[in-house]
Design a binder for this molecule. Structure first.
Ligand code: UT7
Length: 329
């Protein structure tokens, strides 16, 4: 029997309408367009302003677009995986809220939390579920409302993050397309250097945690930067070497969008030319688990059947990795 591969058969996405640009940010805090552009590469980011709307709002909109494009019906879906750090609630899962919004009643739905590397972890999980032969139509989301955990009085983190959601439809195929390989890693050394300090079981919400602003992203930027540069570039080169792929063999390199300088290091290490690198950090900022699927959403018309695509990400944990895809349509 031929091996079952998991192949992406459709892409959907959604970003909120509201654009928070560097100029507006510089009226809110001591920062400048020049600093943000040269140090990070961001010009503007999208912010979800709808009252009461969480991450599931954007994920459901992304899926509605995907359903319309692919002719998928809610009853066809048998698994929903949502990679997010900003679930609507601690529980129930964002995936179960999304399932309800989409009218999906017969699927297993759950979240995966691997911060900025979450989409790669979810996609790899989806591939394993499909390769097992038990699941046939899987929705894999990377979706984040980063503005809900961003302190707009802290210039060291506020300019970095944005909101959005991307989704892939993943299905089985016996052809040589889809998720061909993945390398995923974690090193807990990163734990305390990039985190949300409060609201979990170790440090539940209290008046004190609110006063200390511990419900917002805490990041030691330079420490994270050093590890991100080394590891994202390293794992991208590793998956290419393991599979005998050179820079010329790669049609698209799709890196997580945290800092243009981290992306540059990865591009140089892999030998992929810059015109094959997808970038959205300039207009969406760092959307954490949504950054890679949003890149794919914007660029999907450029992909050709058989294209070798390398996805790579690094984030809190630290957790990082790379996925090699052969585009299937
Ligand atoms: O998404 C997953 C994981 N996250 C990452 O991969 C992010 C990794 N880290 C980074 O991308 C960068 O470290 C940052 C973008 C977060 C920061 O850039 P940096 O070049 O490392 O800046 P820095 O923290 O070393 O700060 C340099 C200076 C400091 O001033 P002094 O001490 O030199 O006087 C900061 O206070 O820049 C100052 N600064 C700012 N100035 C204007 C920090 N934030 C700002 C700002 N506007 N927004």
């Amino acid at each position: 029997m031929s091996k079952i591969h998991a192949v992406i058969t459709g892409v959907g996405g959604y970003v909120p309408e509201y654009i928070l640009n560097n100029h507006e940010l510089s009226t809110m805090m001591d920062t400048s367009d020049e600093w943000i552009t040269t140090r990070v590469g961001i010009k503007e980011r999208r912010i979800l302003k709808e009252p009461g709307a969480g991450t599931s709002y954007m994920a459901a909109k992304a899926a509605e677009e995907l359903f319309a494009k692919t002719g998928t019906k809610p009853e066809d879906v048998d698994l929903i995986l949502v990679a997010t750090t900003t679930s609507d609630f601690v529980f129930p899962s964002c995936a179960s809220v999304v399932a309800e919004k989409l009218g999906v009643k017969h699927a297993l739905a759950f979240d995966l939390q691997a911060a900025c590397a979450g989409f790669l972890v979810a996609l790899t999980n989806a591939a394993s579920f499909i390769e097992s032969g038990r699941f046939k139509k899987v929705l894999v989301f990377g979706a984040e409302k980063m503005s809900s955990i961003t302190n707009y009085e802290d210039r060291t983190t506020a300019p970095l993050f944005g909101d959005g959601a991307g989704v892939m439809l993943v299905e089985p195929t016996t052809e040589e397309f889809g998720v061909m390989d993945s390398i995923l890693k974690t090193d807990g050394i990163g734990g305390m250097h990039l985190m949300l300090k409060a609201g979990g079981s170790a440090n539940p919400a209290s008046n004190e945690t609110i006063e200390k602003k511990e419900h917002y992203i805490y990041q030691e930027g330079q420490y994270v930067f050093k590890h991100a540069v080394t590891n994202m570039a390293g794992v991208s080169a590793e998956i290419m070497e393991k599979n005998n792929l050179s820079g010329d063999d790669i049609a698209w390199l799709i890196p997580h969008q945290a800092n243009l300088r981290i992306i540059d290091a990865t591009v140089q290490r892999t030998g992929v030319s810059y015109d094959k690198v997808l970038i959205n950090i300039d207009h969406f900022g760092n959307t954490s688990a949504a950054s890679i699927p949003l890149c794919m959403w914007e660029a999907q018309d450029k992909f050709k059947k058989g294209d070798n695509i390398i996805l790579t990400a690094f984030g809190a944990g630290f957790t990082w990795g790379s996925v090699w895809l052969k585009w299937g349509y």
